[in-house]
Design a protein around this ligand. Structure first.
Ligand code: GLN
Ligand code: ZN
Length: 769
């Protein structure tokens, strides 16, 4: 093995591409199909078109090997479920009747049948559909999607590499099907799954595939010896088959750690490793195992998850080191480009100079090509690109947007005391009780009330200039009046203004904070046909003026009951945005926290006695590796405290979390030092209340008694029963009564009845105390 042989072979590739199209054509076609406005054939034609367009884009940019099979009508893990024939029993009828409708039934459910559960794809904001498996699961390979899409790319004259979710990751992402013991371990199915993968691989080989990629991102998490053994066994088995293509086992999102030697020894022809961020540790680890002699290494040196221009020279240095460690080194993005928008060059509202700092999928593709050319033919062949890249990086590094001296000075001067309330919780709670005078089991909501069509129309009218700011604000105020008057009538104790003015809980603040950028077309798939446009944390963050105060004050002017101020917390502001790559996340979080601290202070000064700072994303940005978690939770909880700790002892700080199980972060929740936390709990029958109790959580808590993910109205007795369950874990003096989350996705009709029932349930249970 010599560096020279590696150099000669360098190729550019990626593992996947945004699916939606420049104008979200895929979303429109699929939603049109659901509504019966687009035929199945028309939908298929749109999909075929998009795949072609995307492969051509990649090939024209100079990508040597395009990925196939990564395209999906909804989700690639669901596609894998179909590929291996693991259709849950309740969906088999629908799938047999019509494959496409059955597919969407698994994804979204029907009137009669529940969909597969959806959960986050590692620590990204993409959601996949969880495979449901059991001891009786029988796998079979009768889907032709992989072969068909591979042939489509071949027909365009391209070199293509099918990309599949690997068998070990597939099983590790699965859960026990309904009716199967919850401790069922899907890994026991490995032996029956492998023949199906072997068949798909053989079919791809027969169709002309030289290489096939098997994605095993689950191996970048802490894994048991049993799981690592399963990986060894899987690739020994697949590797030993003769009628197969060459296998590239891909990892991304973090370092492989103890899985690296396992895969390095496996009889496969190539590995893909991530060399960005925390995964850069792969470099040393790879050297420690003696490299990958005789194998192909695909090096993910261009970050596939951020939106920043790559530091090409730095990547070339990494690649230079890697050239000595494998037989052949190819260049790639660190993961599929699914997680970034398609094209930065179409952004018209961002200054051209700043657009040059950005790299979305199309720009990242070009970076990969440039780097591959640089190592294949020498860096002198990419001198122009390197010079332009240096200029862009310098422009960003030297920009006043990236460095605001006032913000930096303030962040540097933060002391430990700034992040600590002036009195400990037991004393504060006495002061708060005296000030608020609430009954036992106080009732409240999480913040948002239904976002009506009129509100959305009013916002669209404002954007289009059909109404002016004054007209828009009148609409919002009318809505606030309605929300306040309903809550008073319903008998809620702590009211909210309803968040009518907010398009989104992160974007609303991002638009008002200096240092944030918004895109016009930066859509990223969250799940299925839901796309989001995360704002970009581009520079130092400051708050030019109050962001929410006038709405809260207006609401408070309409009622004698306390109205909660309502803010999005610093960690969630980071989690649902694209973050900076030029400073530690904790530094960015601190800047956001200080801006929020000013808002909290202004709310308090305006008379707010209760202020809620939402952190629904605290759990979801937890690092994939346990070893990295303490550091994350350290800066994350500090940022929350910094944003809230400046208030008086008798001002009550609430927080809210949802979308996750919280059992493993109760200590961190405690470290937030919030006075009250509301949590999603209705579906799990107050599980989180028991977890808080087990930990000895000392503060007030409102485990949700109304599942807001469904239009169903909970009965008084149902909510009362949940409260009684909650009371077994949390004493009445510390138990709040609230829904699981905000009501913005609900209609007014069910919201009214549900909240009336919630209040009635609180009264019933108060009567039993
Ligand atoms: N305050 C927000 C709302 O009520 C919280 C949303 C969330 O937790 N996702 O909508
Ligand atoms: Zn929530």
């Amino acid at each position: 093995m010599t560096a020279k042989s590696a150099t000669a072979a360098a190729r550019a590739t990626v593992y996947g591409y945004p699916r939606q199209g420049q104008n979200r054509e895929l979303k429109k076609a699929i939603e049109g199909y659901w509504k019966g406005r687009v035929t199945a054939d028309a939908l298929r034609a749109t999909a075929t078109d998009l795949r072609r367009t995307h492969w051509r884009q990649l090939a024209e940019a100079g990508i040597d090997e395009v990925p196939t099979g990564d395209f999906s009508y909804y989700d690639h893990v669901l596609d894998t479920t179909v590929m291996v024939g693991a259709i849950p029993a309740r969906h088999r009828g629908a799938v047999a009747a019509d494959a496409l409708d059955g597919y969407f039934a698994m994804a979204r459910g029907t009137q009669d049948v529940a969909p597969l559960e959806m959960t986050k794809w590692f620590d990204t904001n993409y959601h996949y559909l969880v495979p449901e498996l059991g001891p009786d699961t029988v796998f079979n390979a009768d889907s032709t999607k992989q072969v068909d899409e591979f042939k489509e790319a071949l027909a365009l004259g391209l070199t293509a590499r099918p990309v599949l979710v690997g068998p070990v990751t597939y099983l590790l992402l699965a859960k026990a099907a309904q009716g199967v013991a919850a401790d069922f371990d899907p890994l026991v199915l490995l032996d029956s799954l492998l023949p199906v993968y072997a068949k798909v691989l053989a079919d791809l080989r027969a169709a002309g595939a030289t290489w096939v990629q098997l994605d095993e991102p689950a191996l970048v998490q802490d894994r048991t010896p049993a799981a690592l053994n399963a990986a060894a066994r899987a690739y020994r088995d697949l590797g030993a088959r003769t009628d197969r293509p060459k296998l590239l086992v891909a990892s991304y999102f973090d370092r492989l750690g103890e899985a690296l030697p396992v895969l390095a020894k496996a009889p496969v022809e190539g590995l893909s490793l991530d060399f960005t961020g925390a995964a850069a540790a792969n470099l040393e680890d790879l050297a420690a195992v003696g490299g990958l002699p005789g194998k192909r290494l695909v090096a993910g040196v261009v970050d596939g998850r951020n939106i920043w221009v790559n530091d090409l020279e730095k990547s070339l240095t990494t690649l230079g080191t890697l050239l000595g460690l494998a037989d052949r080194v190819d260049v790639a993005t660190s993961c599929s480009l699914l997680h970034v928008p398609l094209d930065a060059s179409v952004e018209r509202d961002i200054e051209p100079q700043i657009v040059r700092w950005l790299a979305f999928a199309r720009q990242k593709t070009r970076e990969v090509v440039t780097l591959a050319r640089g190592i294949a033919r020498g860096t002198d062949t990419i001198a122009a690109e390197l010079a332009a890249n240096r200029a862009d990086l310098a422009s960003r590094a030297g920009s006043p947007i990236a460095h605001d001296p006032a913000v930096r000075a303030r962040a540097a001067a933060v002391t430990e005391a700034d992040a600590r309330r002036s009195q400990p919780y037991p004393e504060r709670t006495t002061a708060q009780r005296a000030r608020l005078g609430l009954p036992l089991l106080p009732t409240t909501t999480i913040g948002s009330f239904p976002q009506t069509n009129e509100l959305r129309t009013a916002r669209a009218d404002l954007r289009a200039g059909r109404i002016d700011t004054g007209g828009y604000e009148e609409r919002v105020k009318a809505e606030i009046q309605e929300v306040i008057s309903f809550q008073e009538k319903a008998g809620l104790d702590v009211l909210v203004h309803g968040e009518a003015e907010r398009n989104d809980m992160v974007q609303y603040f991002a638009e008002q904070l200096t240092g944030y950028l918004a895109t016009q077309h930066g859509w990223v798939q969250s799940y299925g046909t839901r796309y989001v446009r995360p704002p970009i944390l581009a520079g130092d963050i400051s708050r030019p003026e109050p962001m929410t105060v006038r709405w809260t004050t207006y609401a408070q002017s309409l009622t004698g009951r306390p109205v909660k101020g309502m803010l999005t917390g610093p960690v969630t502001m980071l989690a649902w945005s694209f973050v900076r790559d030029d400073q530690p996340l904790g530094d960015t979080a601190r800047q956001v926290a200080l801006a929020l601290r000013d808002e909290v202070g202004d709310l308090e000064a305006a008379g707010a006695s209760v202020i809620q700072v939402d952190e629904p994303a605290l759990r979801e940005t937890l690092p994939l590796r346990t070893a990295d978690r303490a550091a994350y939770l350290g800066w994350a909880t500090e940022a929350f405290r910094l944003s809230t700790a400046g208030v008086r002892p008798d001002t009550q700080i609430h927080t809210h979390m949802c979308y996750a199980e919280f059992g493993d972060i109760v200590q961190a929740i405690d470290d937030l030092d919030a006075d009250v936390i509301s949590l999603e709990a209705a579906r799990s029958h107050m599980q989180v209340a028991r977890e808080l109790a087990r930990h000895g959580y000392p503060r007030e808590a409102g485990p949700g008694v109304y599942d807001i993910h469904s239009p169903r109205v909970p009965s008084v007795e149902e909510a009362a029963e949940l409260l009684r369950t909650g009371l077994k874990a949390i004493p009445a003096e510390r138990l709040w009564v609230n829904p699981d989350c905000g009501l913005k996705t609900r209609g007014w009709l069910e919201t009214r009845s549900s909240l009336e029932n919630l209040v009635a349930a609180a009264r019933t249970v108060r009567g039993e105390l």
